[in-house]
Design a protein around this ligand. Structure first.
Ligand code: NAD
Length: 397
């Protein structure tokens, strides 16, 4: 039996691990934390829904079979000569490694952005954003500075727009709790291109914009963030916006471990893989999710959880095939649709071949949540371990 090491317990990594457990194949899972975090739902955690810690699940609750070794450590490099993954505390030899280390924010070299903005990229950053907003609102009664209740969200992709939808639901409640007028706060989205939600078709972009503007969002398209200072956002138009909270959701790039290992990467740092999800430079490395660049129909596949889970399942299947001298299978992604939530129970997007918006889209989005929890750990995960996450959805159990 070959030595299999999975680097990263994100969406792709855990799905690969489930596949190995289901086929009774031992593997090592190395992850920075002892838990898997629900990155695609972090806008809820940062935007005041549920408890922040509801958005994680311990790896020992996902992987329960004898033979699985979970290591809490950080992968820092790949020694391709010796076939070892290097970590802060040691090294892990492999016959096949599955690299699923996810992505980090892309700052495009914009001055001050990484220092003076917050990013929605982990459970901890979601907690920091939520705490910052709660603190600014709680202090308002003392200083009455309206700009401190202004929240600027840079980038109107799915991450930014889902966060804005959540804020518009939460902030009026927070104001009521603190006895502040709900006309005191302002949520501003700044987007460089001429439309929001680039992943959706124009009619759905318009529906989402209408819904958010009706709820009070100010959406500035064709407006680029060019510089950020403490509490100040400088726009291409020359305008300067003061804000108590600045959140950057302007895009992602892959983990730097890949380029540092000398793998062929695209301009966002994603390593090129073949149709079997192996690195084009090293057949012992399977690379998936936000770390992988796989060109299909002339474009790289998007770095979404949907792609990562499907890639994780196939990469694990292909490693098992290599270990048993069977043929590997090519990756054929199933595009199941793209849904953006706009607060609890509301959304916009495509579900299969159908366009959907409003509460139907919200229901569809909640259904994807139930489905993912079920994939992770069956009914036990849905009805017991992560039950709190299904509060405020149509799928309360
Ligand atoms: P993104 O790249 O999709 O969107 C970032 C947006 O920021 C773009 O519209 C871009 O034009 C804008 N931008 C970049 N520079 C700017 C600047 N200087 N000033 C103003 N705007 C600027 O990034 P994301 O939303 O973080 O999403 C990353 C990936 O994750 C995408 O593939 C997305 O589809 C996926 N995702 C999916 C879901 C979902 O399926 N519900 C949720 C979140 C993220």
């Amino acid at each position: 039996m070959g030595r299999i090491v999975i680097a990263g317990a994100g969406y792709g990594g855990v799905m690969a691990g489930k596949k190995f457990e289901n086929s009774h194949t031992p593997f090592v899972m190395i992850n920075k934390h002892s838990y898997h975090q629900f990155i695609t739902w972090l806008h809820e955690a940062a935007g005041g829904r549920n408890h922040v810690d509801d958005y994680k699940v311990e790896l020992t609750d996902i992987f329960t079979r004898h033979g699985t070794m979970i290591v809490k450590d950080e992968v820092t490099g790949i020694d391709r000569q010796e076939n070892k993954l290097l970590t802060i505390r040691g090294s892990y030899p492999y016959d096949y490694a599955l690299i699923a280390l996810g992505s980090a924010p892309e700052f495009f070299g914009i001055p001050g952005l990484s220092e003076y903005s917050m990013q929605l990229r982990s459970l901890e950053t979601a907690r920091q954003i939520r705490t910052r907003i709660e603190r600014e609102f709680a202090r308002f009664k003392d200083h009455k500075e309206k700009s401190k209740l202004r929240i600027v969200v840079g980038g109107a992709g799915l991450t930014g727009i889902e966060f804005v939808g959540e804020l518009l639901e939460w902030l009026p409640k927070l104001c009521a709790k603190l006895d502040i007028s709900s006309s005191s706060f302002e949520v501003i989205t700044i987007e460089a291109t001429d439309s929001i939600l680039p992943a959706l078709m124009p009619s759905l972009q318009k529906t989402a914009r209408d819904i958010l503007e009706q709820k009070g969002a100010k959406i500035m398209t064709s407006t680029k963030i060019e510089r950020v200072e403490e509490g100040r956002v400088y726009l291409g138009s020359g305008e300067v916006i003061e804000a108590g909270t600045i959140v950057w959701t302007g895009g992602v790039r892959a983990n730097t471990v890949l380029s540092q290992a000398g793998l062929t990467c695209d301009r966002r740092g994603r390593a090129q893989v073949n149709d079997y999800l192996q690195s084009i430079d090293d057949e012992r490395l399977f690379i998936i999710g936000d770390c992988a660049s796989l060109i299909q129909s002339g474009k790289p596949l998007p770095p979404t959880a949907q792609m990562a889970t499907q890639m994780g399942q196939l990469a694990a299947k292909n490693i098992l095939a290599l270990l048993t001298n069977e043929s590997m299978q090519k990756f054929h992604p199933k595009m199941l649709g793209t849904l953006a939530s706009l607060g609890s129970g509301q959304g916009v997007g495509t579900f299969g071949r159908f366009k959907t918006s409003g509460t139907t889209a919200g229901l569809a989005k909640d259904l994807t949540k139930v489905k993912y929890l079920y994939q992770l750990g069956g009914l036990r995960m849905v009805t017991h371990i992560r039950k709190p996450l299904l509060k405020q959805t149509a799928w309360q159990v």
